[in-house]
Ligand binder design. Sequence first.
Ligand code: ADP
Ligand code: TRP
Length: 321
Amino acid sequence: MRVLSGIQPSGSLHLGNYFGMMKKMIDYQEHQELYCFIANYHAMTSVSDGKALATGTLEAAANFLAMGLDPEKSVFWVQSDIPEVQELTWILSNFTPMGLLERCHSYKDKVAKGIAANHGLFAYPVLMSADILLFQGETVPIGKDQKQHVEVTRDIAIKFNNHYGETFTLPEPEIDAQVATVPGLDGQKMSKSYKNTIDLFLDEKPLRKQIMRIVTDPTPVEDPKDPDSCNVFQIYRLFLDKEQETALRQRYQAGGLGYGEVKQELFETVRDFFAPYTERRKELLADKDGLRKVLADGAQKARYAASKTLRKVRKKTGLIY
Ligand code: ADP
Ligand code: TRP
């Protein structure tokens, strides 16, 4: 099975990104054909500082590699190193009804928040469709917020296939119900744009500060507490196996557990979990040329797959004459 997903290089990573997407991707490389890329074209819808985009791209690469992505076992590249994706975007645009894009929640939410409604933001799902279809991705692991974009991809692929004959594989979104939405400090979806994140690769002090800011209810220490409505528990359980989760659940229900105490435990758990990866990330970022070399090799592999699909598409659409 071919698994494909991308992550934008905009800003730092948080637990939602890790559990919602990165972890699953990295686990996949062991048994599936994994295609993983850094969506720097997509990031242009929110980043217009060239230096920041370039730095963010290298950092995103270091993040994935530090967390265990193995460029020997997977295909790992930067979106803009494969120009074929832009050509396919244009071709697919001609099979994308305006209404399909107008219905996209992500676009509507961003515009409602005051982000300028430019064409890049509007056409974002078409570029994402090209990402997926160019590599014939079968399974696309994503967070719940991206599900509609995979449905748009399927709609576009069906339209194209109906018109020109079987060309594209129809992708399936894959959303892990358990971590579909990792809650943030305030219980809303954890997201950069809500400023409610617990970030990866932080030093101890700022990490502890973020965790201590998790919103809890005013139940007194001695009273029993409901783990399911507690933001600390909902985040903590991501790091626990079944047995550990049950044990923590029982401590909540027994009473006598203070939120300060659980937050401290959670802080230590997150810190210890990410410490070795943080170290590795530092080493990777100290050798930028080394990183660039890994990405160039990845792009070469990706380009081979991309050009195979695009050749077929160009032929069917009459672009080869
Ligand atoms: P943000 O909402 O912070 O801007 P992105 O949109 O850059 O995050 O998300 C990158 C990837 O991480 C996507 O696949 C997205 O679905 C996933 N993701 C982001 N936040 C969460 C979350 N809170 N829970 C689960 N997955 C998430
Ligand atoms: N839009 C995705 C996000 O913000 C990133 C992305 C771009 C992507 N192209 C993709 C994800 C293709 C999966 C498949 O999270």
